[in-house]
Design a protein around this ligand. Structure first.
Ligand code: NAD
Ligand code: MG
Length: 393
């Protein structure tokens, strides 16, 4: 029987690449719902091609425009709107797999709804896990959800870990690889002057704007460090970061006996997406073969924590635990948007995040509402930092 897919963030980079893989296997997958934020024209096109039962737009005005448009052309896709609708299509008994491809903490509630409904959840939205941490993993356990990471590094580790009961027996450490982003090797002076356009040009991957900036500050690797710790129940001290500019080794697991297992491939998100969709089987993804004969040397080096403080801040937040992940993420979302809007210099991003972490020390939390109110408080403080001190950074 074919798997029915809900795709959160359908119009984004992960969303479109997921639809590319799905389109290669019409006998295996059927699109149940496509969800996005405001871009109704883009969603309209996807509805015509993939004929979902539901199209969801978070923004009601955009939803009204899509509804009119689809009615006029006689489409039988039903349009839903608002945040609650995102949760409804994620927890519906008519869907088997939910792809969490929304960017930022905006994905927390619909992703958790899918987890609580015990779905197979393909997680690209790392921020959802960074914000909710223990609560998220507890819900995975309590509701028997099947969580498969799509982030290429975590998907690599998922593939390299022992499969029986997902045991950690004999695992010594995880090695998360990082491309180093577009500013690897820059001097402090050069880094202080980088532009939005430069930050958005990633050397190896074509991604949405937020994660592209995160890759440039190395906050992406910081969020991934926290993500890996939760996903694989590994202590912060057991996860090392290795800069590997070619993005061919997607990450590694080192065992007690000295064996290191790596997952490799061309840098193409369709590989982890196909892996997550079909696991434990394997299906074609559209990615090209890795050609070892034309590969140039593979390099590995340490990350520069003094030039890229975001990685240090994320490690400290992971050590602090509790609400620190949510504060780190919220401040970073505000700072990245301010950088994209030209209100904050590149180096202002870590400064704003650090100030917010100092202002809101880590506390414990037991409910989603509690942690989402910390998220709001951190956003408000970070916004204030941008307004009052943005020019100084
Ligand atoms: P993107 O900006 O290209 O797309 C984001 C999607 O989320 C869009 O469909 C948008 O409509 C939707 N969205 C944004 N805000 C929303 C809201 N408030 N409510 C509902 N929908 C909303 O981003 P992306 O690059 O596809 O990244 C998505 C997630 O996947 C991020 O968490 C990112 O870190 C992660 N990720 C992406 C890649 C990649 O190659 N793009 C790789 C690894 C992990
Ligand atoms: Mg990644």
């Amino acid at each position: 029987m074919s798997q029915r897919i809900t795709l959160l963030g359908a119009t984004g980079s992960i969303g479109l690449q997921t639809l590319d893989v799905i389109a290669l296997h019409p006998e295996r997958y059927q699109v149940f719902a496509l969800a996005a934020f405001t871009r109704w024209q883009a969603l309209a096109e996807l509805c015509l091609r993939h004929r979902p039962r539901y199209a969801v737009l978070r923004d009601p005005q955009a939803a009204a425009a899509l509804r009119n448009h689809l009615a006029a052309i006689g489409s039988d896709t039903e349009v839903l709107e608002g945040e609650r609708a995102l949760e409804e299509v994620s927890e519906s008994p008519e869907t088997d797999v939910v792809v969490a491809g929304i960017v930022g903490a905006a994905g927390v509630r619909p992703t958790l709804a899918a987890v609580r409904a015990g779905k197979r959840v393909l997680l690209a939205n790392k921020e959802a896990l960074v914000v909710t941490g223990a609560l998220f993993m507890q819900a995975v356990n309590d509701h028997g959800a099947e969580l498969i990471p799509l982030d290429s590094e975590h998907n690599a580790i998922f593939q390299c870990l022992p499969q029986e009961g997902r045991s950690r027996q004999g695992v010594r450490r995880l090695l998360l690889t990082a491309s180093g982003g577009p500013f690897r090797g820059y001097s402090a002076e050069a880094l202080a002057r980088v532009t939005v356009e430069q930050a958005l040009k990633h050397p190896n991957w074509d991604m949405g704007p937020k994660i592209s900036v995160d890759s440039a500050t190395l906050m992406n690797k910081g969020l991934e460090l926290i993500e890996a710790s939760w996903l694989f129940s590994m202590d912060e001290s057991q996860i090392d970061i290795v800069v590997h500019p070619q993005s061919v080794v997607h990450s590694m697991v080192e065992y007690e006996d000295g064996s290191v297992l790596a997952q490799m491939g061309t840098p193409d998100m369709r590989t982890p997406i196909a892996c997550g969709l079909s696991w434990p089987q394997r299906i074609a993804s559209g990615a090209t073969s890795l050609d070892f004969l034309t590969l140039s040397a593979l390099q590995f080096e340490a990350a520069n924590l003094s030039l890229f403080p975001c990685l240090r801040l994320a490690r400290e937040a992971l050590r602090a635990g509790g609400s620190a992940g949510a504060v780190l993420n919220a401040a970073n979302e505000i700072a990245v948007q301010a950088f994209l809007d030209g209100q904050l210099a590149f180096n202002g991003i870590p400064s704003c995040v650090e100030a917010t972490l100092t202002h809101l020390p880590a506390t414990g939390f037991t409910s989603l509402d509690e942690i989402m109110s910390v998220d709001e408080e951190a956003r408000a403080y970070a916004r204030q930092q941008v307004t009052s001190r943005g020019a100084q950074y």
